[in-house]
Design a protein around this ligand. Structure first.
Ligand code: NDP
Length: 477
């Protein structure tokens, strides 16, 4: 029996992906370094489709139809390099190696270039949706050559999440484009989670609601424009009660957020590209800050506001304002993420269709949300839209939400409740729409201490003022 595709690495992600492929009628070759995982997959799920188990890499490669297609789902980093090397040595020109792990896009670019020299296709694929998605339909973001994608597309289309009859998969662009977009997806996920957490904090400490009541607020919001997977699971987490203590689950969980690093990658890359993804950065820093027990213990006694009376609105008004702040901040966070994808595309020569990215994030992935339909529509209507915020739909939404958004931030500030995500989003909004930013002063300072020159508002050219001498101005170029 020849297999159409193979999966290497049968831990939770690899075995679920293999089962998803098999369930859709694609015979799947299986290989795992330790044979036990291969055997238990076949023993537990062998009846779900056609599996061709192999005990050695040679046996695995021999069982694949040509061109050979194999998905590597092993630990990211060194193990992925080792497995690529092990299998590439057994392949022939035209064969396709797919890396479905959480690789950094720079590694994917390096691997793709090296394998291309050897005549092999390397497709770095961002896969979102965790274990459940891998089994039942993830959002799939493939990079690599168009030729390699064409040979994979029918299978990827079958196993991807489906929304309104569309599969959540699209060829993102060459080499590392898929993993780049997956990275930004995770960065947006950090921002979205932080914004939801701030909304919860305000509902609890400004509106005075209990976790169970807040769960109901989120349940209601999930019926509206905020409808999304993250809001849905927030409802579940907030309504959960700890079996041991009978307390709300959130009250027995330590307030120290952990991270695996994809948010950090997004911010690091954004700094290099010069793209202000302040929402993602604040969310990443907020996790780091929450985990810094030493600093937090030392700072606990610092003075807070004296008066913390309400901002003059009843609880209901505050709840409405928080919804506005959450929605507006979320628009900004996504706009920033899409801006980063565009900047990455320009830097690395990837012609990324932003509307298509929004479309494949509508299902399967963690940030799946109804409003991605709106984002897709905005980019489909105007692919060169300079910022999502200026699209008529979102400009109007922000105009409608801004009063509540501002009130929430003012009220949070007065009460001493931190809102780094909401605040960064509003500052971004106010900055990009400003007629005049104080960058003129910064240019003056730079020219003063470093003769870095400046441009004038009234004529062309580059100028320097002789600050230390007669303060005369001369034209530099
Ligand atoms: P792990 O990341 O825990 O990796 C375990 C697998 O890697 C096992 O099959 C193991 O083989 C294999 N492996 C590790 N080192 C080597 C090596 N040197 N040589 C050969 N095989 C090796 O598995 P997961 O299923 O959790 O994740 C797989 C990939 O998917 C990772 O890159 C991960 O980051 C990514 N991932 C993505 C998620 C998503 O939502 N997209 C969610 C979770 C993970 P053995 O059994 O022999 O030890």
């Amino acid at each position: 029996q020849q297999a159409r595709i193979g999966v290497i690495g049968l831990a939770v992600m690899g075995s679920n992906l293999a089962r998803n492929l098999a369930r859709h009628g694609h015979p799947v070759a299986l290989y795992n370094r330790s044979v036990a995982k291969t055997k238990s997959l076949v023993a537990d799920h062998g009846d779900e489709g056609t599996f061709v188990p192999a005990e050695t890499p040679e046996e695995f490669v021999a069982s694949l139809e040509r061109p050979r297609r194999m998905v590597i789902m092993v630990k990211a980093g060194g193990p992925t390099d080792a497995v690529i090397e092990q299998f590439a040595a057994l392949l022939e020109p035209g064969d396709v190696i797919i890396d479905g792990g959480n690789a950094h896009f720079a590694d994917t670019r390096r691997r793709e270039a090296a394998l291309r020299e050897r005549g092999l296709h390397f497709v770095g694929v961002g896969i979102s949706g965790g274990e459940e998605g891998a089994l039942n339909g993830p959002s799939i973001m493939p990079g690599g050559s168009a030729e390699a994608y064409a040979s994979l597309a029918p299978m990827l289309t079958d196993i991807a999440a489906q929304v309104d009859g569309d599969a959540c998969v699209a060829h993102i662009g060459p080499d590392g484009a898929g993993h780049f977009v997956k990275m930004v997806h995770n960065g947006i996920e950090y921002a979205d989670m932080q914004l939801i957490a701030e909304a919860y904090d305000l509902l609890r400490h400004a509106a005075g609601l209990t976790p169970a009541q807040i769960a109901e607020v989120f349940r209601g919001w999930n019926q509206g424009r905020l409808s999304s997977y993250l809001v849905e699971i927030t409802t579940e987490v907030l309504s959960h009660v700890d079996a041991d203590t009978g307390k709300p689950f959130v009250d027995v969980v330590q307030d120290q957020a952990e991270q695996k690093g994809t948010g950090r990658w997004t911010v690091q890359v954004a700094l290099d590209l010069g793209v202000p993804v302040s929402g993602i950065a604040e969310a990443t820093f907020a996790r780091s800050l929450s985990g810094d027990a030493t600093v937090r213990a030392a700072a606990r006694g610092l003075a807070g506001p004296q008066h913390t009376e309400s901002a003059g609105k009843g609880a209901e008004g505050i709840v409405e304002d928080i919804e506005q702040a959450l929605y507006a901040s979320k628009i900004v966070a996504y706009a920033q993420g899409f801006q980063q994808i565009r900047a990455g595309g320009e830097e690395y020569g990837w012609p990324i269709d932003l509307g298509a990215v929004a479309a494949i994030w509508r299902g399967g992935c963690i940030i799946r949300a109804e409003f991605l339909d709106r984002i897709r529509a905005a980019f489909d209507t105007e692919p060169t839209l300079p910022t999502l915020l200026s699209s008529p739909h979102f400009a109007e939404a922000l105009a409608g939400a801004q009063d509540g958004w501002r009130r929430v931030i003012a009220s949070a500030t007065a009460r001493g409740i931190p809102v780094p995500g909401f605040g960064a989003a509003l500052s971004y909004y106010d900055s990009i729409r400003a007629n005049q930013l104080p960058a003129n002063l910064i240019q003056g300072q730079r020219d003063y201490f470093g003769a870095h020159t400046y441009r004038r508002t009234d004529r062309d050219g580059v100028y320097h003022t002789r600050w230390g001498q007669d303060r005369g101005e001369y034209r530099d170029s």
